[in-house]
Design a protein around this ligand. Structure first.
Ligand code: NDP
Length: 246
């Protein structure tokens, strides 16, 4: 049964560009009011594009790795729209480097944003959802959280941690009708992957059975699917052109 999203509030972290932006637009097209978190800047045009879809759009500046700032996103969502029905933990960074040369700071920064940031948001959103006795949380992980990746020990650890967080939260919150799932994208064309060299790009495509990179919209469609289904919980949905099959 499709769960009706019209009129629900969706909070999306790191939504000013890339995958987060596509998720915000896709959920707005389904009639969700959007609370769009950004860290450095968000273009007025994006807020207008979402409002033009006939929904409310509230932009909240916050660093999700900061516990209080994360709480403020949820408080603002509740104050401005009355509920928090969907949380998408999308904010993420990479600081790639081989293990032997990886600085402590690069390890900590990635864990703090990707894993602790997701924890902070789940922690604050779940207290609202528990009272509502409904809600869904979708965490954006990565296929490298499942299979690892040379040069990404920090990032892969954070994304594997996100999967552990997802499954634990799913078990803990299920009795109140709250579902928690992860989406694990493979190779998606965004600013994050724009930094790859042509050679790295070629090598990535060799490992993708569908022989092409995905788009942010491909990931957004998976998020909408999970948001509209309330009998799937604790799962990881790969959106990766077949890169990882389990
Ligand atoms: P982008 O770099 O395009 O966007 C990431 C967004 O996260 C930016 O808007 C950034 O804001 C925001 N952000 C970063 N740190 C914070 C923070 N501490 N608090 C709030 N917002 C923050 O990346 P993608 O769109 O490609 O990635 C989105 C998610 O998908 C990430 O979690 C990523 O790990 C994951 N993913 C991406 C894949 C890909 O191939 N692109 C593959 C697998 C997973 P700002 O620009 O202001 O720093």
């Amino acid at each position: 049964m499709i769960f009706e999203l019209k009129g629900k509030t969706a909070v999306i972290t790191g939504a000013a560009k890339g995958i987060g932006r596509a998720i915000a637009i896709a959920l707005a097209k389904k009639g969700c009011n959007i609370v769009l978190n950004y860290r450095s800047a968000v273009k007025d045009e994006l807020v207008k594009e979402i409002e033009d879809l006939g929904v409310k759009c509230v932009a909240v500046k916050a660093d999700v790795s900061n516990f209080e700032e994360a709480e403020n996103i949820i408080k603002t969502a509740k104050a401005e729209t009355g509920s928090v029905d969907i949380l998408v933990n999308n904010a993420g960074i990479t600081r790639d480097g081989l293990l032997m040369r990886m600085s402590e700071k690069d390890f900590d920064d990635v864990i703090n944003t990707n894993l602790k940031g997701a924890f902070n948001m789940v922690r604050h959103a779940s207290s609202v959802m528990l009272k509502q006795k409904s809600g869904t949380i979708i965490n954006i992980s990565s296929v490298v959280g499942l299979i690892g990746n040379a040069g990404q020990a920090n990032y892969a650890s954070s994304k594997a941690g996100v999967i552990g967080l997802t499954k634990s939260a799913a078990r803990e919150l299920a009795s109140r009708g709250i579902t928690v799932n992860a989406v694990a994208p493979g190779f998606i064309t965004t600013d994050m992957t724009d930094v790859l060299t042509e050679e790295q790009h070629k090598r990535m495509l060799e490992n993708i059975p569908l022989k092409k990179a995905g788009s942010p919209e491909d990931v957004a469609e998976a998020v909408v699917f999970l948001a509209e289904n309330r009998y799937i919980t604790g799962q990881v949905l790969n959106v990766d052109g077949g890169m990882v099959m389990s």
